[in-house]
Design a protein around this ligand. Structure first.
Ligand SMILES: Cc1cc2nc3c(=O)[nH]c(=O)nc-3n(C[C@H](O)[C@H](O)[C@H](O)COP(=O)(O)OP(=O)(O)OC[C@H]3O[C@@H](n4cnc5c(N)ncnc54)[C@H](O)[C@@H]3O)c2cc1C
Length: 433
């Protein structure tokens, strides 16, 4: 025990020093915390009219479930950085896992339907939407687009029902933006493959039943995909602690030491990095809808808060500067939705390019960051409390700004497409200055 600890022990503290914090609704009765989620009021340009009836229906179903089941518990789990496993059956009932995949017990939603479902989940809790996206738009979609018929039949039905959970492991400690240079290796042996290497940041990996792992084939030097089971000998996964955003998501460090994968679990359609790009094209559209949903939630929260909270004898909503900020947030949400919607339509018509998806994701995250910063100001001191959503959403946007291609990398993807010049690698010649 250190000296200061000993000193602390000897000091006589009044009994009220040990009391738990006051419930936020008692401590701050004037405005309602996000555990009672605010009504959805951000659809100013009536985007709903652009949706098909089945897309509108899934939107309402997801919204109702998220507001009722997740909103009351999310702050607690976010603060503890734990995953609410008991909520999985509720999320499964939504029937959105598997998104656009048709057959194999998957919902076969339109890309717009899947996107709007993602936004409605993220509106209430960004971590929940990341949990589903990693599982569904990355891992399940890799199996659906690149797996064998036998793998689809074996794995997709229980993944669609969230009876088994998957993760998707591309990033490594030494290869983040430069993912295509990854160093995890897969060596062919009799009856299967031996995987050796390390992965980092992998969402859901600490409890995933199936791990979709990308590794370099030592014979071809190309990137291949493998399905690894959670209890495979030689596999260890440890949780990454101390994240400031998406704290409910369990991100892990994966270490593989001579992990054997049988031939039947090699994903036969992943034969180069380009094959992972097929999956990333769809998932990037979904990821672009996360910041849209987060911004919708922030706007809804601020809209209610400004009407409830009074200063100088008037609701905060009555002050011009606050209205200006609120309207700026609202206009951001309208523009983000329209860009996201157009992205879906380009995808549906087969016209979406990698540059389109990257521009959508990068620009939307930029506007979402601005929206969160404005919202955080509008809530004053409560703008830094996770209980009032905006602080939590503000933090949750940071990893989204960075994952599935950072803002900068996505900008460079679009830049390459519109100029014809790739600028990812620095010029090799040193400056003479
Ligand atoms: C919460 C979270 C969840 C994640 N989940 C997963 C997951 O489930 N599966 C998975 O595989 N990965 C996952 N990732 C990893 C994520 O995709 C990477 O963090 C991301 O690709 C960036 O890599 P990096 O963090 O190594 O940053 P770096 O690549 O080191 O980049 C650092 C900075 O340098 C910039 N930079 C890098 N290269 C260039 C360049 N050529 N030109 C200009 N700027 C450049 C970047 O834009 C960034 O600003 C997750 C990450 C986080 C934070």
């Amino acid at each position: 025990m250190t000296r200061s600890n000993q000193d602390d022990k000897n000091v006589k503290m009044p009994s009220y020093f040990d009391l738990p914090p006051l419930d936020v609704s008692l401590a701050f009765p004037q405005a309602t915390p996000a555990s009672t989620f605010p009504p959805s009021v951000s659809d100013y340009f009536q985007f709903d009219d652009l949706l098909k009836p089945e897309e509108q229906a899934i939107r309402l179903k997801v919204r109702a479930c998220m507001e009722k089941e997740i909103a009351p518990i999310m702050t607690k789990y976010w603060e503890k950085a734990e995953f609410p496993f008991h909520a999985i059956p509720k999320l499964a009932e939504l029937g959105i896992s598997g998104g656009t995949i048709k057959g194999y017990g998957c919902p076969g939603l339109s890309i717009t339907g899947s996107a709007i479902a993602t936004a409605e989940v993220a509106r209430v809790d960004a971590s929940c939407s990341t949990f589903i996206l990693v599982h569904s738009s990355l891992a399940m979609l890799t199996i659906a687009l690149c797996g064998s018929e036998a793998q689809k039949q074996k794995y997709l039905p229980s993944l669609a029902q969230l009876k088994t959970i998957a993760c998707w492991a591309l990033t490594e400690p030494d290869y983040g933006s430069d993912a295509s240079s990854l160093k995890t290796i897969a060596t062919k042996v009799e009856g299967g493959w031996i995987l050796e290497g390390q992965k980092r940041w992998i969402g859901n990996s600490t409890f995933a039943d199936l791990l979709v792992i990308f590794a370099r084939n030592t014979s071809t030097n190309q990137i291949n995909g493998y399905i690894v089971k959670k209890d495979a000998p030689g596999l260890t996964v440890t949780k990454i602690d101390n994240k400031i955003g998406l704290r409910i998501v369990q991100n892990g460090d994966i270490v593989m030491k001579k992990v054997f994968v049988p031939d039947e679990d090699r994903i036969e359609g992943v034969n180069s990095f380009q094959d992972t790009n097929k999956v990333l094209a769809v998932s990037r559209v979904m990821v672009a809808w996360q910041p849209i949903g987060i911004s919708m939630g922030i706007y809804d929260m601020c809209h209610r808060y400004l009407k409830e909270r009074k200063q100088f004898g008037a609701p905060l909503a009555a002050f011009q500067i606050n209205q200006q900020k609120l309207v700026q947030m609202l206009s951001n949400v309208q523009a983000m939705i329209l860009v996201g919607w157009r992205l879906c339509k380009l995808y549906e018509s087969g016209k979406m390019t990698p540059g389109h998806a990257s521009l959508g994701k990068s620009w939307i995250t930029l506007r979402a960051r601005e929206t969160a910063a404005l919202g955080r100001e509008l809530l004053g001191g409560n703008g830094i409390l996770s209980d009032f959503l905006v602080a939590k959403a503000f933090c949750d946007l940071e990893p989204i700004y960075t994952y599935e291609g950072t803002y900068e990398i996505n900008t460079l993807v679009t830049g390459r497409e519109v100029t014809g010049f790739a600028s990812f690698k620095p010029a090799t010649q040193r400056s003479r200055m």
